[in-house]
Structures are given as structure tokens and as C-alpha cells.
Write a protein that binds this ligand. Structure first.
Ligand code: ATP
Ligand code: MG
Ligand code: MG
Ligand code: MG
Length: 469
């Protein structure tokens, strides 16, 4: 049985022994990168090294990178609790070559680690390559002894990585494991590929081109390697469980939740326990990295995550604020690998407690309103935008919280109606200000309000051009 802490150190030690510098995770809030909301892949901290803008003392590196995918281009928030493999916070293990080794060595290193050190069954493994990447296909044949049917050629951008419209780019090769018929799903490229049976656990990116202009792509003189393996997914494979939520770390967090609530998960409540455990991790790590709940930008994404978890706590019958009570369990499990959790423990605890104490004042009434408004609705129906807006404006329900609350009943929200209600409220507020005679102040004030209002409603939607390991 390999616990997550052991898997992390096995990975880092392996690449360390193979000449890679072991580099610490960078913070979740990317430095010097306003276009990216949260660090969402291991390569983010090395972006400028890949492009040559920045030089490091080493040409090979390995990391365990904290990642959050809860906004922007990579948003797994709605998947959490409903698939067996998606988390909003996860650790991405990676090895990087900055113009040093390339495809052959990268495949060889990966194959040796997973089959020798991790002992994965060879006959259950398969890979994808970009459809034109004959070189990668041939290397997989040679190194892994795969027959053609285990090397799936994928023609979509899923298997072609680009840093942005210009800059380094190249084909990917993803490694999958077949976990057996008892889990729904099909191989990559098949109609059932979204299932969890064939689990993607490692993505190897071969940076071999530079996109100079939209039309022109040239070969990089010294191609590079960027890989990302999901630690929690590897843990689920090595521990022989069907989902990341059944691994050692998540079991501990779910047990802590169960003992705080005085009840354990059952078939109907298991998704709530999972959401709480996941959102606890992303909330705590974000706070430790300096994000605080607010009504815009990163802080609003954090608030949405926290409040979603809090609604699930309420659903499970929490009679008082719950999240802060789970912090010690998380710090025990992850504090050694991430000392910022220990340093930030007091702030994390207070922030969670305060937010939940506040939100609980309106949460129950909001849920009451939501229940009344949907009492006569059934699967396929839509909640009117007016009510969704009232929940947002008066009860502090982020739009996605309302959507999440209605998801199990298959009820959606009228988004146009929601936007109309918001626009109407703004117009009303503007009208009532008109008589005040302070025209200059008004213009400034509404300017600010409109901007923050818009961010609040959309969460944070800046397109992210990078970090797609
Ligand atoms: P998926 O197709 O399952 O959503 P992905 O292709 O979006 O995964 P990559 O961007 O290739 O993922 O990231 C590299 C690796 O990081 C993945 O192979 C996976 O092991 C892990 N990973 C990605 N997203 C998540 C997530 N939300 N939770 C846990 N692990 C993840
Ligand atoms: Mg994904
Ligand atoms: Mg994928
Ligand atoms: Mg992938």
C-alpha cells in the first residue's frame, strides 16, 4: 500500500536520481502572471525557462506542484464529487527538460517508473499520441513493446499542447490504465471516453515547435519536455480503489467530517462528503497562499468554493460551522510536505470560521426560498432568473451554488433571466442615485460597481492561455 506521501517522494527521488533538480512547488497565485488565475500545472513556474527568457542553474527539474482548477480555461469545479478523478485542488508530479533530453528519454523514464518502481500491470496500460506523431508511436512500440492497438492516435487539440497563440508547442502523449469492466467508460477516442474506466494519469508534452506567427511554425533547436502526473490519481491506482476519494488521504478527511457531524456517508450523501473534502483542501491551500474570500477575482472563486462546501455541510445536517473543524486533519496529513499549511493554520481556521458563521445567517433561509420556488418543478425544468438573482443578491448564493443545489434534481437556472434581473437592479440603483446631485461621484461609483458586479457574477473568467500540461 502506497500512501500519497510515499508516492510523492518516490517520484521526486526517482527523478532526482536521474539527474533532475528537485524544485519546490510554486504558490497557487502565479507570480508575474496576471493572465492566469491559479497555478494549474507544473510547467507554470517554468514558463520563462521554456521560452529562454529565464536561465536556471539546471537543465532538468522535478516538482510536486500544487494546482487549482476552479476557474478560467481549466475548470473542474462542476466535476468534483461526480467523477472519480477530478479535484479542484490536486498535486501534479512532473519532470522537465529544458532543452536537455527529449522524447525517447522521456518515454523511457516514464515507462521505467510506472512499471518497475510503481509496478503497474503492463497489460492494462495504453497510450495516446497526436495523430501525426509517428516518432512517439514508434518509441512506445520500442520501449514498451506495445502493439498498434494500444497506441491510440488522437487528432484533436487534447493531444497538442500550446503555451499560447505563439510560443513553444508540441504533441502530447497521455498514459491511461484500464481499471476494468466494473467501472463505466471506454478507451480514449471512443464515445464513452468521459467515463472513469480508462483513467488518464500522466501527460507527456513534447515541446518541439515554436509557433512564430499564426501561420508559421518552426522546429525548436533544442526541444523540451514537460510532464504532469496526478498524484491522487496514481494513489487511487496503487491503492486499488476506484476513485481518488477512496485513497488514504481522502478517507482521513472524510472520517474527520463524519466524526464532526456524528454521521458517516451513505449512498445518497457520499457526494457531499467528497465535495467537502475536496473544497477543504482547495480553500485551505488558497488561504495559505494569501487568497482571502472577497467579491471579486481570485477571492470570489475562493468564496464560491467555500460556500459550496458549506451548503453541502448544511445538507448533511451540520448544526454549526463545520469546515474549520477539519483543518487539523488536513494539516496532519499534508503539513509536512507543505509547511505553509502549518504556518497559516490560525489564519485558515479563522477565515473558514468567520465565512461560515456569516454565511449560515442566510444559508438556511436561502435554501428555504429555493425549496419553495422549486416545489412544483421537476427534471428538465428551469428555475426563474429572478429567484436565482435574489438568492445571489440577498442570500449570498453564488450562481454556481444554486446550480449545484439543483443539479441532483436535474433542474437548471434561467441564465438570461438572471442577467436581466441583475441589469434591472443596476438600472434601479442608478435611477435612485440620479437625484442626489453628485454626478461626478456617481459616475465613478457606478463604474466600479459595474466592474466588480460583473466579475462577481461571472466568477473570474479571464481566458488562460497556458498551463495546459
Ligand atoms: P482529464 O482529461 O481527466 O480532465 P486533463 O487532460 O485535463 O485530465 P492534464 O491537463 O493533462 O489533465 O493534466 C496532467 C495530469 O494532471 C492528468 O493526467 C491528471 O493525472 C492530473 N489532473 C488533471 N486535472 C485533474 C483534476 N481536476 N484532479 C486531479 N488530477 C488532475
Ligand atoms: Mg481536464
Ligand atoms: Mg485529458
Ligand atoms: Mg491530459
Amino acid at each position: 500500500m502506497s500512501g500519497v506521501n510515499e508516492i510523492r517522494s518516490t517520484f521526486l527521488d526517482y527523478f532526482g536520481k536521474n539527474g533532475h533538480e528537485i524544485v519546490a512547488s510554486s504558490p497557487l497565485v502565479p507570480r508575474n502572471d496576471p493572465t492566469l488565475m491559479f497555478t494549474n500545472a507544473g510547467m507554470v513556474q517554468f514558463k520563462n525557462v521554456f521560452t529562454g527568457l529565464e536561465k536556471r542553474a539546471y537543465a532538468r527539474a522535478t516538482t510536486s506542484q500544487k494546482c487549482v482548477r476552479a476557474g478560467g480555461k481549466h475548470n473542474d469545479l462542476d466535476n468534483v464529487g461526480y467523477t472519480a478523478r477530478h479535484l479542484t485542488f490536486f498535486e501534479m508530479l512532473g519532470n522537465f527538460s529544458f532543452g536537455d533530453y527529449f522524447k525517447e528519454r522521456a518515454i523511457d523514464l516514464a515507462w521505467t517508473l510506472i512499471t518497475r518502481d510503481f509496478g503497474l500491470p503492463r497489460n492494462k496500460l495504453l497510450v495516446t499520441v497526436y495523430h501525426t506523431d509517428d516518432q512517439a508511436a514508434d518509441l512506445w512500440k520500442k520501449i514498451a513493446g506495445f502493439s498498434d492497438d494500444r497506441i491510440i492516435r488522437i487528432p484533436t487539440s487534447d493531444n497538442f499542447w500550446a503555451m499560447g497563440d505563439t510560443g513553444p508547442c508540441g504533441p502530447c502523449s497521455e498514459i491511461f490504465i484500464d481499471r476494468g469492466e466494473h467501472i463505466w467508460g471506454g478507451p480514449p477516442g471512443s464515445p464513452e471516453e468521459d467515463g472513469d474506466r480508462f483513467l488518464e494519469f500522466w501527460n507527456l508534452v513534447f515541446m518541439q515547435y515554436e509557433q512564430v506567427t499564426k501561420e508559421e511554425r518552426i522546429d525548436l533547436p533544442r526541444p523540451s519536455i514537460d510532464t504532469g502526473m496526478g498524484l491522487e490519481r496514481m494513489a487511487s491506482i496503487l491503492q486499488g480503489v476506484d476513485s481518488v476519494f477512496e485513497t488514504d488521504l481522502f478517507r482521513t478527511l472524510i472520517d474527520a467530517t463524519a466524526s464532526a457531524l456524528g454521521r458517516g456517508p451513505d449512498k445518497d450523501s457520499v457526494a457531499s462528503f467528497r465535495v467537502i473534502a475536496d473544497h477543504l483542501r482547495s480553500s485551505c491551500f488558497l488561504i495559505a497562499d494569501g487568497v482571502l474570500p472577497s467579491n471579486e477575482g481570485r477571492g470570489y472563486v475562493l468564496r464560491r468554493i467555500m460556500r459550496r462546501a458549506m451548503r453541502h455541510g448544511q445538507l448533511l445536517g451540520a448544526g454549526e460551522p463545520l469546515m474549520w473543524k477539519l483543518v487539523p486533519a488536513l494539516v496532519r496529513e499534508m503539513g509536512q510536505a507543505y509547511p505553509e499549511l502549518v504556518r497559516g493554520q490560525a489564519l485558515i481556521t479563522e477565515t473558514l470560521k468567520l465565512e461560515e458563521t456569516r454565511f449560515r445567517k442566510t444559508l438556511a433561509r436561502g435554501i428555504g426560498l429555493l425549496e419553495d420556488a422549486t416545489a412544483t418543478l421537476g427534471p428538465g425544468d428551469m428555475l426563474d432568473g429572478e429567484t436565482a438573482f435574489k438568492l445571489y443578491d440577498t442570500y449570498g448564493f453564488p450562481l454556481d451554488l444554486t446550480q449545484d443545489a439543483l443539479r441532483q434534481r436535474n433542474i437548471s437556472v434561467n441564465l438570461d433571466g438572471f442577467q436581466d434581473a441583475m441589469a434591472r437592479q443596476k438600472a434601479e440603483a442608478r435611477k435612485s442615485w440620479a437625484g442626489s446631485g453628485e454626478a461626478a461621484t456617481e459616475v465613478v461609483w457606478f463604474g466600479v460597481r459595474e466592474r466588480t458586479g460583473a466579475t462577481e457574477f461571472l466568477g473570474y473568467d479571464t481566458e488562460q492561455a497556458e498551463g495546459v500540461v
